[in-house]
Ligand binder design. Sequence first.
Ligand SMILES: C[S@@+](CC[C@H](N)C(=O)[O-])C[C@H]1O[C@@H](n2cnc3c(N)ncnc32)[C@H](O)[C@@H]1O
Length: 343
Amino acid sequence: MNYFAEVTKSNIDEYLREYSIIACRIRNSRIKSKQIAILEMIFAQFDNEILAVKNGPLGDIKGIVSFFCPKKNLFSFRERLFGIGYCYKFYLLDFEDETCKNPTDLRSINPLIWKGRKFSVDYFYTQDSKIYEEQSPHKREFKIAGSNGEVKTVFGYRGDGSELGRRSLPVEDARCMVNLSIPAKNKRILDPFAGGGGIVFTFRYIAPNGTMASIDIDPVLKPGLEFYSSAHYVMNAKDASFPPDSFDSVITEVPFSKNALNDITIALAKINASVSNDGIFVIMCEKNQRDEIFSAMSELGIYLLFNSEIDRKGTDVDMSVLCKSENFANSMSEFIGELKKIY
Ligand SMILES: C[S@@+](CC[C@H](N)C(=O)[O-])C[C@H]1O[C@@H](n2cnc3c(N)ncnc32)[C@H](O)[C@@H]1O
């Protein structure tokens, strides 16, 4: 299955009969991560049957990616835009209005014409920047256990700054990782290295009817992760043991340390036994941990769908999506092959 549309002057009318076209602006912080931004939208909107548009309109504006959405799914498409991580502003193109109106902040040096067809453009949805700010690791409410057992409410908990205890996953990455797990379908998640709860918090925001479980070795985090409504376990993730088919996806940012690799690979193997047969893993790790994690996953028979490096303010990290189902991996391979050619 290919989730790309290749539009020409001769097939554009066919597409425009069935689809609306939405241009999406990627956040400046992730403007170099166009491929993940596209994959995130496709997976976030999986059941809305959208298509990424190759060489889309407004191509001279940096950080713009466009999608076709079946007109019948436009309402449901819009309902999901609040939780997208890498894109944050969305514009609707109108090919029936040939007056080329553009009251938006999109500044194209070209006339508003695509594949020989004039269009106008208007705002479709813009994310609330206040919500983004409130959800950020330096503002979010959290609860930690004090040394004498009392629970303290804190804002902006970012861990102790140590190699194993850093906890400040940016909002856009947490949202993107949740969306890459296909939350419209996969409702039962586990984060085995949950830290300050960026992923469980975000999963609840995007999929409030889902269920979340979390693990962290650090007992200080227990009240905070329970506050985010996660079924939480204080333990070493390598001792995890859950019944088969307990989770649809595992979404996690592992501890960024070479020393943690052994625990991480054992934990993923243990947890794999409790993930459904068509389950998804979304993993963020440090770049130098990647190869060992991938080879451990491959030994478990898990397929790497896609991975990409991200520059997180100077730390080179890798975000990857893996899946258990060979059928799903095969069904995505043509699209992923095309995606890797996009820059
Ligand atoms: C990178 S942080 C996760 C940050 C989290 N995504 C967030 O948004 O705050 C990794 C976490 O793994 C935990 N950890 C380290 N080794 C562990 C192990 N063997 N089992 C479970 N948790 C572990 C650390 O305490 C830390 O909180």
